[in-house]
Design a protein around this ligand. Structure first.
Ligand SMILES: Cc1cc2nc3c(=O)[nH]c(=O)nc-3n(C[C@H](O)[C@H](O)[C@H](O)COP(=O)(O)OP(=O)(O)OC[C@H]3O[C@@H](n4cnc5c(N)ncnc54)[C@H](O)[C@@H]3O)c2cc1C
Length: 467
């Protein structure tokens, strides 16, 4: 099919990280790309909102000033091991806007703090000294954790991906004799926030992946990356060959003889396409492409935005142990602004926003007892469909970029990337779909980057050959 010169080679549906990654890779490879995004901004779930003039607790007074003009849908965190996401930020020219933190404070409700940070030694021993002083755990719990982490270095190689994926992480932890306290004060907080799922449900394959890539393989893996600007400001770059169409929803795909001819837009117009990438969440993909999506379900995240009259704590962020709120982040440029995150928040979902705020504020006062800070305003964002649930047994159900149509590929954090549903997973899916497209077009290209390499003693662990 020959298309007129003003028409693109590739139509991408969806301007989240998966669609943006495919667009950036294909644009740089010389393709003319048209990206259609339903909303008036890019970034999908990893984006920002304009700050509303009034807020949920109804106590807004017109004179109140906050420094921020927009807020993130929810605080988004990346780790040093997110190689492809960092590559996308490089392509978009915003890599310098991500600040990395080596020290990760864990706080208990009595206000005591243990910091997980590199304290010398080769991987995987670089966090050992922090773990040895980790105050929420007794010596018995710490030894159990160390033995469990050592097992992570062997287990995936022994059991293989599908066998490990059929087990929940909780079952794996119990099989490796982890104490209840070690589970609740070490494994659970890391797993729930990294995978947006409870250890009771989440696949052991992904659970072990988090600890291998984040704690063991490489000394840079655990570093926490935070954008220094609202998420929406990361996606403003001019990408060569790319035209972005905002407020442009795709209603259906037109196909004939096993190929997609084009995308029908909500306004009725047809966007003809030689190649097409559908980069949507699974429930939206189901509207456009045939397939079996019945195994997929969602896991929610709640973001609680709180503005106090003064800073509540000094660190840029903290993991909060043993209560409802799991993480608290301070936002740059707005000293009293704290953003709290609750992942896998099924139990909290039915609670009204004012009670969620009440709970968060009460808990923050436990964690940071020496504060006189007063709450000025608040906003609660419940993302019911935050990510698909990376439950045990799902790996075999995640589809490849191929679709029933020879010229159409799919992407999204739920497709078979090998990664859990994260920004890194979404970018990988976009690069993978773009690679498949270049193969089908007869000019195969590589866009996906490998994991951070295992280094130091970690190179000798069998798991180094698995993830
Ligand atoms: C509250 C919350 C907190 C999170 N925290 C983290 C975190 O800390 N770290 C992390 O790595 N990940 C986090 N995630 C997960 C991460 O945001 C997602 O995995 C990732 O952004 C998914 O990208 P995507 O491109 O696959 O999908 P999406 O971001 O959903 O992109 C799909 C896009 O398609 C558009 N669209 C839908 N239908 C149509 C249509 N018919 N036509 C055109 N466009 C359409 C949508 O508007 C959207 O922009 C979080 C997610 C949420 C919701």
């Amino acid at each position: 099919m020959t298309l007129p010169a003003d028409q693109p080679d590739v139509v991408i549906v969806g301007g989240g990280l998966a669609g943006l990654a495919a667009a950036a890779a294909l644009g740089a490879a010389g393709f003319r790309v048209d990206l259609h995004e339903r909303r008036p901004f890019l970034g999908g779930r990893a984006s920002s909102w304009e700050l509303p003039p009034a807020v949920s607790n109804g106590q807004m007074d017109g004179d109140l000033k906050v420094a921020a003009t927009s807020i993130d849908n929810c605080q988004h965190v990346l780790l040093g091991c997110c190689t492809n996401l960092l590559d996308l930020y490089e392509r978009l020219g915003v890599r310098h806007l991500i600040s990395f933190h080596d020290a990760v404070p864990f706080v208990t409700p009595d206000g005591r703090v243990s910091t997980m940070q590199e304290r010398g030694g080769p991987a995987p021993l670089h966090l050992l000294a922090s773990l040895a002083r980790f105050h929420p755990l007794s010596w018995r719990d710490r030894l159990a954790v160390m033995a469990g982490l050592a097992a992570v270095g062997f287990e995936p190689a022994m059991l293989g991906r599908l066998r490990l994926d059929s087990e929940t992480m909780l079952a794996w932890l119990q099989r490796h004799l982890q104490t209840p306290r070690a589970i609740d004060y070490f494994w659970r907080p890391v797993l729930t926030s990294a995978l947006n799922e409870d250890p009771e449900r989440v696949s052991a394959w992904h659970g072990l992946q988090v600890f291998w890539l984040g704690f063991l393989a490489n000394r840079a893996g655990h570093r926490v990356g935070l954008p220094a600007v609202p998420l929406g400001e990361l996606y403003g770059a001019q990408i060569p060959g790319l035209r972005v169409h905002l407020r442009s929803a795709v209603r259906e795909l037109r196909h004939e003889a096993g190929r997609v001819a084009g995308a029908r837009l909500d306004d009725g117009r047809m966007a003809p396409a030689r190649w097409l990438i559908v980069a949507l969440p699974f429930e939206e993909t189901a509207r456009l492409l045939p397939g079996d999506y019945s195994a997929f379900s969602h896991s929610p995240i709640i973001g609680i935005h709180l503005w106090f009259d003064r800073p509540l704590f000094e660190a840029p962020f903290a993991a909060l142990l043993g209560r409802t709120v799991q993480w608290a982040f301070r936002k740059l440029g707005d000293p009293g602004y704290v953003q709290c995150v609750v992942s896998a928040a099924r139990e909290l979902l039915p609670m009204p926003p004012d009670r969620i705020v009440e709970t968060a504020v009460r808990e923050l006062r436990e964690f940071f007892p020496n504060t006189w800070a007063q709450l000025l305003r608040s906003s609660v964002i419940k993302e019911v469909r935050a990510t698909y649930s990376a439950a045990a047994g799902m790996e075999a159900r995640r589809p490849s970029p191929a679709t029933p149509f020879a010229n159409c590929f799919q992407a999204g954090d739920w497709t078979a990337t090998g990664w859990p549903p994260t920004m890194e997973g979404a970018v990988r899916s976009g690069y993978a779909a773009a690679e498949r497209l270049t193969q089908a077009a007869g000019h195969p290209q590589r866009f996906l980057l490998p994991e951070l390499p295992a280094e130091g003693l970690s190179r000798w662990f069998p798991t180094a050959r698995v993830y």
